[in-house]
Design a protein. Structure first.
Length: 71
């Protein structure tokens, strides 16, 4: 059993927020905009992408669809 206070990641990212991150990605929001919406620094978002596979996957979920819309 882990001891100590929860990490900021655990506080910010709930299942609902994973769905929001996917939604924002599909809608074409930039990673900077997503970080702002989550209330975290862009540098924190970049760290979480490397450290947490589930978070990285949420950011990549439908990025191709958003990119296709831009083209």
């Amino acid at each position: 059993m882990a001891v100590g206070r929860p990490t900021k990641y655990e506080n910010v990212m709930s299942q609902a927020n994973f769905e929001l991150v996917r939604y924002w990605t599909i809608k074409g929001y930039t990673e900077e905009e997503i970080a702002e919406k989550l209330g975290i620094a862009y540098s924190t978002l970049k760290e979480w992408k490397i450290k947490y596979e589930d978070f990285s996957a949420a950011l990549k979920a439908e990025k191709g669809s958003a990119d296709d819309l831009v083209e």
